[in-house]
Design a protein around this ligand. Structure first.
Ligand SMILES: NC(=O)c1ccc[n+]([C@@H]2O[C@H](COP(=O)([O-])OP(=O)(O)OC[C@H]3O[C@@H](n4cnc5c(N)ncnc54)[C@H](OP(=O)(O)O)[C@@H]3O)[C@@H](O)[C@H]2O)c1
Length: 250
């Protein structure tokens, strides 16, 4: 039985998700883009924010064989997108998507994070993994972004979402690059990530690998302050470059 801040996963949920971790970890370096390999347990994924980055990542995970609920405050506006993605994709409210999912992707403007924490923090703390692709951008998000940057983006998200198993990832690469990287052959592209929970890091690594990236956990969530646009780790980099750069950061 996994417990976390007083919120329990059921034993069945835990075993299913643990099985997914093992299976995802069992295919290093392999982008599972065209279809799920037989026997792999799919993970139910929710995207909170289904715009550029949430819509793109959710689409790639649908194409990798995972059921995804894309959420919006206006889910009817997502109908065309989910219809085009087939039966694994559906649309819902934020609340419905969180209830549906094993794993949640946060892909909203940072100014939305305090409200998401207030409204959904407890439900998010019951998840095995919450991927945080959000970035505090002062000109877009206002004062909360200054606060988050001073604290460090990872620790700020943890304060807004207490007890949540957060892994920062996908923060410093433009959404438009993701589909081409998911399909490409050849040298691996690294995905810098930061998180405190070993199981959440493993689960996130599997999902990252499935859409064509080699996961590189650069350290605990406190290192998430380095995962922002226009920082040394931003852009398309090899895993080795990411490791070298990360070694110079504290
Ligand atoms: N664009 C990129 O290439 C990129 C790359 C890495 C990281 N990021 C980061 O990812 C986040 C999203 O960026 P984006 O470019 O994808 O933005 P976007 O295209 O504007 O999409 C943002 C989404 O957030 C949802 N949203 C806004 N406020 C919300 C709230 N209070 N509750 C629930 N959902 C809310 C919106 O959905 P509704 O209005 O339909 O509810 C919208 O679908 C940002 O923090 C950004 O810095 C972006």
């Amino acid at each position: 039985m996994a417990t976390h801040d007083g919120v329990n996963c059921t034993r069945r949920d835990f075993l299913r998700i643990a099985g997914s971790v093992a299976l995802l970890m069992a295919s290093p370096g392999q982008a599972v883009f065209a279809a799920s390999p037989p026997g792999r347990a799919p993970l139910k994924i929710a995207t909170i924010g289904s715009g550029r980055i949430g819509g793109t990542l959710g689409t790639l995970w649908v194409q990798a064989g995972h059921p995804v609920m894309f959420s919006s405050r206006h889910p009817e506006q997502l109908k065309e997108m989910v219809d085009s993605l087939g039966p694994l994709a559906r649309a819902g409210t934020v609340e419905e998507a969180i209830a549906f999912a094993d794993v949640v992707l946060l892909a909203v403007p940072y100014r939305a994070m305090p409200q998401i924490g207030k409204d959904h923090g407890r439900a998010l703390a019951a998840k095995a993994l919450v991927l945080d692709a959000t970035n505090p951008i002062p000109r877009r998000d206002g004062e909360i972004a200054n606060w988050a940057r001073e604290k460090g983006a990872g620790l700020a998200s943890a304060e807004l979402l207490p007890g949540v198993r957060i892994v920062r990832a996908f923060n410093a690469i433009g959404y438009a690059r993701l589909p081409e990287i998911a399909k490409r052959q050849g040298d691996p592209v690294g995905m810098p990530m930061a998180g405190d929970d070993a199981n959440a890091n493993a689960l996130a690594s599997g999902l990252v690998r499935e859409i064509g990236f080699e996961p590189v956990v650069i350290g605990p969530l406190a290192m998430g302050k380095h995962l922002l646009p226009r920082t040394p780790l931003a852009g398309v980099r090899t895993p080795e470059e990411i490791r070298k750069i990360a070694a110079t950061l504290d």
